[in-house]
Design a protein around this ligand. Sequence first.
Ligand SMILES: [Zn+2]
Length: 617
Amino acid sequence: MKLLNIIVLSLTVFFCLEVSAQTEYPGKNFYVAVKNGTRTLTGVPGKDYKNNFAEYKIDAKFDSQTHILEGEETILYHYNSGAPTTTMVVNLYRNIYKKGVQRLRQCAVEDITDEGMEILDVQQILKTGKNSDVFTSISGTKLFITLNGRMKEGETVSIYIKWRNKIAANTHHRGGKYRENSWFIPYWYPQIAVYDDIYGWDRINHSGNEEFLFEFANYDVNLTIADNLCVWATGELQNRDQIFNKNIITLIDKASRTNAKIDIITPQNRSAVLKQSQNTWHFKADSVPDFVFACSNEVNWTMSSLQVAPKKPRTKTSVVYFDGRFKGVLDMVNKTLDYLSNQRPNVPYPYSHMTIFQGSGGMEFPMMVNEDFDNNYDDDFFTTSHEVTHSYFPFMTGMYQNRYAFMDEGLTMFVPQIFQNNNFEHRDIITSAVRNMLYSQGSDDNVPVMTPSYSQTDLWVYTINSYYKPQLAYTFLEDIVGEEVMSKILKEFTLNWIGKHPHPYDFFNFCEHVSSLNLKEFFYSWFFITGVPDLAVIQVKDNVITIENKGSIMLPIYLKINYKDGTTEIIERNALCWAGGNNVVNMSVKKDIEFIQIGNERIPDADLSNNNWRADK
Ligand SMILES: [Zn+2]
């Protein structure tokens, strides 16, 4: 998701916390999984790690006049790993719009309904082929199903669900209605929750603030939509010959073979795109964590394609937009996919297409992005490249973004930051992150980054902890391990966790394993305590400079020294100079010092009053 623009304030409140040498991260859930052989202490999946998987067959109909989206689906749930259970948990994320459901995001009053996601029927399809009624209960955004008998590891359970939902038209909560008849509709079907080796069933209620956790699945979706609405979705359209007029198919094929931008739908041909006004759109997508769609009869569609890696089919890229200037976003998408596939994380973009819809905010979905248009190059480049990077984190690697938003947002901020800086006209993304991080540092409302995201109800604290602080932690981690090792970590961690659910400790452990360094103290100072970024020059005596880490966060040292002979020197140390619980570093220089300044605009420091030292006249 796109971060909020945060007003920069400087804070001078600070306090100290003792950091001692760490041998193990806190908590027990992860270590039980290590003991069970599903996780390891080197950050790769354990030999007994198995992911559960689902297959959806969904038939749905959306009426854009009444806003009713209704359908039926069969979920084949492959319970590859887990304890015997009679419970199945299904996400009903759209219950955020249900009367009485607890939420942290405001919804328009007109969008709140008594029913929310109305569950009309749930049946278990037994191995005999017969249907069996099951007991169900709904709590918040979760549907709990009591199965007919225990579900055991290795079994496949089949569930039928019939449902109905009035789609919110006045609230733009990661989607919604745009203009007269344009819709971006996320989280629109009952979706199997994640059951995994660390937490069992994911029972975290969605309150609007935190993000989501998805199980990997294959989707076979039929969407029936009238009013000449054209549909864009996760997956590949299976029946385009039945839907599009021939000239549109010719244009799509042309765009699928060229890097050039081809206009598929324009104001001139918009009324002659579809063969009939009502269509059933058949999409299929394999091994994706979610399925989203957008539909409209009033947008433009421009498409191109690119070769992200040799021997792979060309990736189709599209922009679907109201404002003609949005077309430039297509170049940003193509540049980003090329960077991600060939630089960092240097893993080919995994999907057949990436389609950006001009809607609101900035929100990622598998193969789709919903974003606004700022008409500011740096803002639009940031939003586009950020949301496209989410294809890797959390979609390729199924990160626990509802519990640890910093996992996917931190990496999504860090991974493309050099690329973004190279493309920005005016912005330095690291300096911005420093300014934004300082907003919460030292505040009584601050909590450690590792605090579960659903407990971080202060939006500023949540944003800083999920985006800027991990981004800077990884920036300083790269100072420690070097560019080459950091690139190796990003690539190999991604490859190791495709289609699985990595925990933060998997990432921390993987960094240590690949770099052969003890980084626990570093991670502890950035992720497990609040701390305050604050380095100070506390003494200069006989050409020995004493620097103190007053705030417990392990920061790099950047020291600019002006000598009395008129020369200057820059001395740098990476953040591991504070290892071993060390909060004082001494540095000797050979010449007499006139003036010292510690820090710069790319290193956070909450108290600048102790950053300078000047020799007595
Ligand atoms: Zn994001």
